[in-house]
Ligand binder design. Sequence first.
Ligand code: NAP
Length: 250
Amino acid sequence: MADRPVLLVTGGSRGIGAATCRMAAAAGYDIAVNYVRDAAAAEALVAEVRQMGVDAEAFQADVSKDADITALFEKIDARFGRLTHFVCNAGMTGRVGRLDDADPAMLRQVVDLNVTGAMLTLQAAVKRMSTRHGGKGGSIVILSSVAARLGSGNDFVWYAASKGAMDSLTVGLAREVAAEGIRVNAVSPGMIDTEIHASAGDPERAGRAVKVIPAQRVGAAEEVAAAILYLLSDSASYVMGGNLDVSGGR
Ligand code: NAP
């Protein structure tokens, strides 16, 4: 195993996660790319980042499921050794709509992935990084959203609430593990051009939002990835419990 930092990105096969993997490879991280459905996209990304001279592997796991999370981290231990960096990125909105029309099963699915899945993957990452568990420390970035403070009424209040949970988790976990060598921070993207909007059943959503964005445009996944890379890096050595908006001023 090489003496390079080892980064796991959950939901790394497309969107913000894939942009983060590419930028991290360029910065010299070995990369574990997690995905749930799109093996072809994950494998293509792995081939692309290996060309940059780092090691990479794709790992299928549904990070809303306990057993998948356990297996994911054990496979990474075996393949790369101790994890040093983690981007807690996998997330979903569920279908756009009002709370009083929403399918209860969908609400549970969003919470299972965005909240419980985040907590369980963060738990597994801390067990690998913390000096309390024999680790060497590390850095974690959690994907929140400006939705946490905007509330996303008539879109997906359940998603906004799940990201509010990420804001609390970031502050609390950062304080819990700061003395164990781990920095925990969040980024809160605004409207970013990825497939998440089409998955919500409203592919035009990002374009429509331009009029309420001070920057007058949607953001690119690479603009979020740049903020994530900063927070992962030693340049952010005294940034703990921070939450960086990448939202075009919104
Ligand atoms: P995206 O384009 O929809 O990509 C989602 C990624 O998550 C894919 O790699 C997908 O894998 C993976 N994924 C989905 N469900 C999963 C599961 N159960 N287990 C493991 N992986 C799973 O999303 P994105 O827009 O890049 O968003 C990334 C993060 O940023 C999310 O947490 C999101 O809430 C947050 N965010 C996004 C925006 C935005 O405007 N885009 C704004 C604020 C915050 P497959 O390819 O295999 O399906």
